[in-house]
Design a protein around this ligand. Sequence first.
Ligand SMILES: *Cc1c(COP(=O)(O)O)cnc(C)c1O
Length: 388
Amino acid sequence: MSKTAHAPSASLRARAEIDLGALRANVRALRARAAGAAVMAVVKSDAYGHGALPCARAALEAGATWLGTATPEEALALRAAGLDARILCWLWVPGGPWRQAVEADIDVSLSGVWALREVTQAAREARRPARVQLKADTGLGRNGCQPADWAELVAGALRAEAQGLVRITGLWSHFACADEPGHPSIAAQLDRFREMLAYAEEQGVRPEVRHIANSPATLTLPATHFDLVRTGIAMYGISPSPEVGTPADFGLRPVMTLRAALALVKQVPGGHGISYGHHYVTPGATTLGLVPVGYADGIPRHASGTGPLLIDGKWRTVAGRVAMDQFVVDLGGDRPAVGSEVILFGPGDRGEPTAEDWAEACGTIAYEIVTRIGTRVPRVHVNGQEPG
Ligand SMILES: *Cc1c(COP(=O)(O)O)cnc(C)c1O
């Protein structure tokens, strides 16, 4: 068991246990599903709250060959930690650390000519070509180059390549509705992607990788796999959406278990208001448990009155408001010992709720539940060593 550094008392209060063995098995399951394509482990936002470095290392051990981040700073931190895999980052603003990215051999995404200008300038300064991937907006309507502007971006990138300033390593795009199987935009985006690829290749672009699949597309749409799949949520063992299926349907196992220790157990009379605003009032004499995590730890305030927990083998529900640092549960007269384990969510196989259960209770998606867990909660990485 390898643990990340933290104060022991903090891990007694609450901790997020990260099962790197499960993560490696998930990567292998995704590789099998996308046979013929490379796997990019998307580790943006601290690996969706799971810890970027240990998760990136585990994913590479299991056969992922690319790492993906949103920001260049996230990519540079992976390189600085000594990871030598290919790394793509895609969310740039003017004045970003282009030169550091070029010098660190990071592949950078370009969605417009302003970005091409900045990266070619950085390549001149660094005296080496930048690895660039041109991103097409095939219908998401977020980042990426519109079809009407594609010819200009492709031509500019080819000129820069001819001058030795860039190497065009990839052509890529991103889906809007891959988590809604059968949504008509999926086929439309795929057609548009094929057209934009064909145009760039006719003009002379020779990409190493063409890619559009995120987790839901990797799991359900083999025609979208191309040369590489970019998997985030599935690698963490969470289904992209209930419509896509359960993690078990795809041989995936949730990686994060969020636990806390009961900070207080006490008897109260009936009619007692609970937590700020008294939105819960005890229906009769009962026992209460105090759970020492709150919205500062990433427990959604929307879980007030709805968030599920496992305590002493029983499902309980958040009673009243989630506060900044703590919330209360009604234990219905049971008296688990103070210090007893509270499982907020985990894989579910010991009867505990899952991140998907929390998402449903809070009206959000499981991506947000795991990603928002705060820095005050230590990540404890287990099964860190590949069995030898
Ligand atoms: C976050 C992200 C992914 C991964 O998405 P999942 O649904 O978590 O697999 C892939 N590509 C891009 C561009 C992203 O921003």
